[in-house]
Design a binder for this molecule. Structure first.
Ligand code: ATP
Ligand code: MN
Length: 468
């Protein structure tokens, strides 16, 4: 029986095999019926939809039938027939059933439908078996393919930045240190500090917070690159939009300035949203029906409208005017302050009612590598702000002038010993270039309509939580 070739349920449901005897394998979602006949809903992960298995009870031993419960895995052979029942177009008349693995109803935690997302997080190892997480992980896959397709078709080189990094100039204070030194009794220098000479890399190292600096080196040779990999931030912020381990997509392009960088960001993100609508329709429909009735409208809305582009200074004026009219915010807002997500969402959801790209931030609140404007006060950074999410992309035109970059690094306290190699790109054949980082899980929040970032990555890592 196991020798017979398995047909995936997504293909079975196309209906073209009606009349044929086929073999399917999957996990029992529900089982109902009466004395004479059992109806088993089988799901194999290839689609959100289940296949109905119809089993005449007298054909099978009661011993076998008693082991077919929610969560059990089955191999079923039978004829595919058109279904008389409502809710499905085809079903299998079971001729042979093998239980590959039972799932004890006493202990299997996914008995009933409608578990809370909080509960499912505690069983992240089993939640892929729910409709919701099956849909989310299939969408996650499709969005990865969307991203690779977008850049590949446009001649970008997929570049692999290191995950263990020796430069901590970007995220000082929020990096996860990597060491093989014994924590109980580490070797010390004479001054009492750790003796990193004895560490694995003979220097302090950490998990990367961004592949950008290395990505720039590649863009300044290959022309256009993108990275797509895990990044790590030890920021102790327990929010629905922050993970300690998340995936980031970072394109970097030589010979473009900030305008083209904004065009790229907008076109790229629209491509991703369109892809979701084109290739994840069933899963998005399910999520929309169960979690967020406005999801599909919101996706279409982003596709239709050009993103509103304005400067940070203009944003502050709008926010200050709102405050003057009585709008309350938790955090104070004034020129020089970093906008928090309540401010960003006010601009996107209440003021403009479209995605927004904010440029020209005060240099003090942005990184040392952003190109300084002629006013000497602002830098050519750009953040893309989205409804429900706030910041989804952060990027900039990079400072390509050696002397200006040197000075900015000094002002921001970035030691030369950490970025000597980065400075070399401005010493030899420097050129204008720009890029940005898209948080993959923030994109997934938008596309799935989920509201907690812990629900769009298989095994979330957050403060005080690294189970599984
Ligand atoms: P935020 O202000 O939201 O904390 P950031 O300004 O620190 O973000 P960047 O350094 O600009 O973020 O990173 C680029 C992108 O990576 C962000 O626009 C966001 O989409 C994503 N991102 C940043 N931090 C996280 C995180 N902790 N978890 C998930 N995604 C993140
Ligand atoms: Mn940012």
């Amino acid at each position: 029986m196991l020798q017979m070739k398995r047909t995936k349920i997504i293909d079975v449901l196309k209906g073209e095999l009606v009349g044929q005897t086929i073999c399917v394998k999957g996990w029992v979602r529900t089982r109902r019926g009466n004395k004479a006949v059992s109806f088993i809903a089988l799901n194999d992960g290839s689609t959100i939809h289940n296949l109905q298995i119809v089993a005449d009870n007298e054909r099978f031993s009661s011993e076998l039938m008693s082991t077919i419960s929610t969560g059990a895995s089955l191999c079923v052979v039978g004829q595919l027939v058109s279904s008389q029942g409502a809710g499905q177009s085809v079903e299998i008349q079971a001729e042979r059933i093998e239980v590959l693995g039972t799932a004890d109803p006493e202990s299997y935690p996914l008995q009933k439908k409608g578990h809370s997302l909080e509960f499912l997080r505690e069983i992240a190892h089993l939640r892929p078996r729910t409709n919701t997480f099956g849909a989310i992980y299939r969408i996650r896959h499709q969005m990865s393919i969307a991203i690779h397709t977008y850049f590949h078709e446009r001649g970008f080189v997929y570049f692999h930045a290191p995950i263990i990094t020796g430069s901590d100039c970007e995220g000082a204070g929020q990096m996860f240190q990597v060491t093989t030194l014994p924590l109980e009794k580490p070797p010390l220098c004479e001054d009492g500090g750790l003796d990193y000479a004895q560490d694995f890399f003979a220097r302090p190292t950490a998990l990367t917070v961004s592949g950008q600096l290395e990505g720039e080196m590649a863009a300044m040779a290959l022309g256009a690159i993108y990275t797509f990999g895990p990044t790590f931030r030890a920021e102790n912020s327990n929010t629905p939009r922050h993970l300690a381990e998340f995936w980031m997509i970072e394109p970097e392009v030589a010979f473009i300035e900030i305008e083209e960088n904004m065009d790229l960001a907008e076109d790229f993100i629209k491509h991703c949203v369109q892809w979701a609508l084109d290739y994840c329709a069933d899963d998005i429909k399910f999520l929309s029906e169960h979690f967020d009735k406005e999801l599909i409208d919101r996706l279409n809305f982003v596709l239709e409208k050009p993103f509103k582009r304005l400067t940070y200074t203009e944003c502050i004026e709008i926010l200050e005017a709102a405050v003057a009219k009585g709008r309350k915010f938790e955090f104070p807002i004034y020129w020089g302050a970093d906008m928090s997500s309540e401010h960003e969402r006010y601009l996107v959801e209440e003021h403009f009612c479209t995605p927004v790209i904010v440029t020209d931030y005060p240099k003090e609140i942005k990184s040392f590598y952003m190109k300084l404007n002629e006013d000497g006060k602002t830098v050519r950074g750009m953040d893309v702000l989205f409804p429900k999410i706030g910041e989804i992309i952060g990027g900039s035109e990079r400072e390509s002038d050696y002397d200006k970059l040197r000075q900015r690094a000094e002002e921001m306290g970035v030691p030369d010993k950490d970025i000597w190699w980065y400075m070399d790109s401005r010493r030899y054949g420097t050129a204008p270039h720009a890029g940005f980082g898209l948080g993959f899980e923030r994109l997934l929040l938008f596309v799935t309509g989920m509201t907690n970032i812990r629900d769009v990555i298989p095994f979330p890592r957050t403060p005080r939580n690294a189970e599984f």
